[in-house]
Write a protein that binds this ligand. Structure first.
Ligand code: ZN
Length: 610
């Protein structure tokens, strides 16, 4: 199987496989069916592209996203792999021509929309040509329990049935619960597949949650700190997309916007501007991102809390797909929870569901929203929180690369404050929510607190020295440590857990690390760069890459990724041979661009010698 490594080196420019890849590729080469559950950015496409290159015949890749097909084919052509796509964006004439070439065996890989599989013209081509394999991307679309059910995915088994010999079937998805995985096996008809679930950890993403007083100020300083780097800002509503985009533009930042209220042409041109680095920041609703394959996104900021962890993981995961660091910041405000509830109620009434279905959906939505809020208020490792949410263990201690793990080591004793909070909750019968309890502790003298007699409690007013934010943080710690729990979805109340009761009965301090909102947000560590690199040379290489990309009309990262340029700036190759050692430089790209980059490096080194 040496040829596997050879092809990886020559076409993709890598020396080693990422977790899970090798087993799946080997299985596909041996004619087995495979099922890969791999998060975005973990190198899913290599798992079917590489076997497609090595096997006889043409590989079909079923993909639901038209824009993604175009990007993938563009990237394959750059690597020297003959590829094409067949979907509704082609004219009748273009389609005929492409099928003609395909019949002549001119392509190794063809991307096809699921709707096309049973169209007679396509089917007769597929029956007549030797197929190396059929890969199904976004395989969860076959399941009604998945997030994006596509009925046309159910045509896939019928299509396979029509073929004279059944090629190996390779299914891939980025997120799937056990139930959805079962549907994929059953509905696609996978036969004894080799399965790999690779971890959900994305070590190069720095996760953080900030609770700024004024989000706009925080946002500007975050974007300005990432000068010239590509980033996405997600907002909850169209209106806030417009406002945030205006704010950035007014401050001299090249921003563009994307939401479902714009017409298709505006959306397409905004997307292109972002892809080709003509705009630095994309401000968007969650409508943006499906099918975006831009690898050099260096920051993803959520201006509002998303509706659930699945959305957050997916949206933040659009950053750092080249493996280079990306800063994922969530700007949280308690108001986001109210907005989230409002949006849930609005969406429940908009869909044509019956009473019972609506009630169940709303309950599920509220539950997921509550978990999302818990993430925002987590005081422990954020990475661990995410991984546990998706059913993995996560790092035992901290991860050293999230907003909570990189807080200064200084610990403060919140034991006395915690006891005031816990005893108020216990004595008042564990039936009130956080807002009311806070108002009592801070002696805000609300009418409701007075009417309920809560102001008579010995704890009333004992934490008046704390700001609302500081008091909130005490609650966050007690929630994260499991001393108190929130019960109920609609109007959650706080109750003590056994752990909390036990703490209340004994003496002793409670040391925690406080975020102290007044301080500057922590700086993410630059984790796992391909090498330290030479920043000056790196900028020169980036400039050269931009020129080439402009002339060729392709996005810059298609020429070389940021990670490749960084490695190049560290290694400073002086010959073609040395250039091929750079991670991400394969034979084709070496032939196409090697000379120009070698020349730039030589000039740079000569200038330094002088
Ligand atoms: Zn952490």
């Amino acid at each position: 199987m040496d040829e596997m490594y050879k092809a990886l080196r020559e076409y993709f420019g890598f020396n080693s496989f990422r977790p899970g890849q090798e087993e799946l590729i080997r299985a596909a080469l041996n004619g087995r069916d495979v099922l890969g559950v791999m998060p975005t950015g973990s190198g899913k496409s290599v798992c079917y592209q590489l076997p497609a290159l090595l096997k006889e015949g043409v590989a079909l890749v079923v993909s639901p996203l038209i824009s993604l097909m175009a990007d993938q084919v563009r990237a394959l052509l750059q690597m020297g792999v003959p590829a094409a796509y067949l979907n509704s964006s082609l004219t009748e004439g273009q389609m005929k021509k492409a099928l003609g070439y395909a019949r002549e065996g001119k392509y190794k890989i063809i991307y096809v929309a699921p709707e096309r599989l049973l169209v007679p013209g396509f089917l007769s081509f597929a029956k007549a040509c030797p197929l190396s394999l059929v890969a199904v991307d976004e395989a969860h679309c076959v399941s009604q329990w998945g997030q994006d059910f596509r009925p046309s995915y159910l045509d896939i088994p019928a299509f396979l049935h029509e073929l004279p010999t059944r090629p190996p079937l390779c299914a891939f998805t980025a997120t799937a619960t056990e139930r959805v995985r079962g549907d994929i096996r059953r509905l696609l008809g996978l036969s004894d597949p080799v399965e790999r679930v690779t971890g959900f950890d994305r070590p190069n993403l720095f996760y953080e949650v900030l609770t700024p007083k004024v989000k706009e100020v925080e946002l500007l300083s975050l974007v300005q700190a990432q000068k010239g780097e590509s980033g996405i800002v997600y907002c909850a509503t169209r209106r806030s997309v417009e406002e945030v985009c205006d704010l950035l533009c007014a401050n001299g930042i090249a921003a563009s916007r994307y939401h479902a209220g714009l017409d298709a042409k505006e959306r397409a041109s905004a997307q292109e501007d972002f892809l080709f680095d003509r705009c630095q920041v994309m401000v968007a609703t969650n409508a943006f991102g499906m099918g975006i394959d831009k690898s050099n996104v260096r920051f993803v900021i959520h201006f509002n809390m998303p509706k659930d962890m699945e959305s957050y993981y997916q949206e933040a995961g659009r950053g750092g797909r080249d493996g280079e660091p990306c800063r994922c910041t969530l700007l949280y405000s308690p108001k986001d929870v109210q907005l989230g509830r409002f949006l849930i109620d609005k969406s429940a009434s908009a869909e044509g569901l019956d009473e019972e279905a609506r009630r169940l959906k709303r309950r599920g939505d509220l539950e997921r929203l509550a978990r999302m809020e818990a993430y925002c208020r987590e005081t422990g490792c954020l990475r661990r929180f995410i991984l546990r949410y998706f059913g993995e263990e996560g790092p035992k201690g901290g991860c050293d690369n999230c907003g909570n793990c990189v807080l200064p080591e200084t610990r403060s004793d919140i034991g006395p404050d915690a006891r005031q909070i816990l005893s108020l909750i216990e004595d008042s019968g564990e039936r009130y929510g956080e807002a009311l309890l806070s108002s009592v502790l801070r002696a805000e003298h609300s009418r409701r607190a007075r009417d309920l007699g809560l102001m008579e409690h010995p704890s009333a007013g004992t934490l008046a020295r704390l700001s609302p934010l500081e008091l909130r943080e005490r609650f966050d710690h007690l929630l994260s440590l499991g001393y108190i729990a929130r019960i109920g979805e609609e109007y959650p109340i706080l109750a003590l857990t056994d752990k909390g009761r036990e703490f209340l009965r004994r003496e002793g301090p409670l040391y925690v690390r406080l975020r102290r909102a007044e301080e500057a947000p922590p700086t993410p560590k630059k984790t796992r760069p391909a090498g330290p690199g030479d920043p000056e040379l790196y900028e020169i290489l980036r400039e050269l890459r931009a020129q080439i990309a402009r002339i060729q009309g392709v996005p810059a990262f298609v020429v070389f990724s940021d990670a490749t340029l960084r490695d190049m700036s560290a290694r400073k190759p002086r010959s073609e041979e040395e250039m091929l050692q750079v991670s991400g430089v394969g034979l084709k790209k070496q032939a196409r661009y090697g000379k120009r980059f070698l020349q730039a490096i030589e000039e740079y080194l000569d200038n330094q010698d002088r």
